[in-house]
Design a protein around this ligand. Structure first.
Ligand SMILES: Cc1cc2nc3c(=O)[nH]c(=O)nc-3n(C[C@H](O)[C@H](O)[C@H](O)COP(=O)(O)O)c2cc1C
Length: 208
């Protein structure tokens, strides 16, 4: 684990698949989590387009605040550092950068294809490639339906290389009061996979 006195380092990427509310919920939990020191946040160009459709039109510089605002949070603390997807020389592009893992939420089928085939041309793909080669947790929250055989094959390739395929398929058995809670509980499940169990995560208890 790359935990330092400043806390854990995570990379969060957002791509142009549906589900901006889920990214927003994840960033809000990370922003509030004292165990987390730094979050490198990378959004693809198409992520911005989807945020515009699903939440509100925003520029790249205002993206994190817009996401946090959508789930009743923000403004963002300094721990969330936005990095451009074309900055292939950013810290997270190197395995020498201490990192505790990477979450891609949501992960489009295009980005899945790039990662599973090792293209590494954009920072999101390169950071994921580095995460795999350094044997660190890589959580790919894929989002598409239905799935074609190319999608299935690419998921299988990524899983074989060490990624966790974590589809954006929310639970309903805790009777969520609304979309925000659905997104928040999904984000809690994702964070448990990078060792950040959340105290407010719903836990199923049989018979209750
Ligand atoms: C409103 C909107 C919703 C989209 N939803 C999805 C989706 O759920 N899954 C997906 O794989 N692509 C989706 N796309 C298409 C991707 O944005 C597109 O394939 C893009 O090239 C992905 O690029 P990126 O991976 O660099 O973000 C959507 C596009 C738009 C405009």
């Amino acid at each position: 684990m790359a935990e330092t006195t400043q806390g854990r380092n995570l990379t969060v990427a957002m791509t142009g698949a549906s589900g901006a509310l889920f990214t927003a919920a994840l960033l809000k939990l990370l922003d509030a989590d004292d165990r987390v020191g730094t979050v490198h946040f990378i959004a693809s160009d198409h992520a911005l387009r989807v945020v515009g459709e699903e939440l509100a039109p925003t520029g790249r510089s205002g993206l994190v605040d817009a996401l946090l605002q959508a789930v009743g949070g923000g403004p963002a603390s300094a721990k969330i550092k936005s990095v451009r997807n074309d900055d292939i020389g950013a810290a997270v592009a190197s395995g020498s950068h201490p990192s505790d893992g990477m979450i891609v939420l949501p992960c489009s089928m295009g980005t899945l294809a790039s990662i599973s085939n090792g293209l590494a041309a954009r920072l999101i793909d390169r950071a994921a490639d580095v995460t795999l080669k350094e044997r660190r947790p890589l959580i790919l929250c894929v989002r598409e339906t239905p799935l074609n055989r190319i999608h299935l094959r690419n998921m299988s390739l990524a899983a074989d290389a060490g990624a966790t395929i974590f589809p954006v398929i929310p639970a309903m058995y805790f009777r969520p009061p609304g979309l925000d809670e659905i997104a928040r509980q999904f984000a809690c499940r994702v964070l448990a996979h990078v060792g950040l169990q959340q105290s407010e995560a719903y836990q199923w208890k049989a018979g209750e």
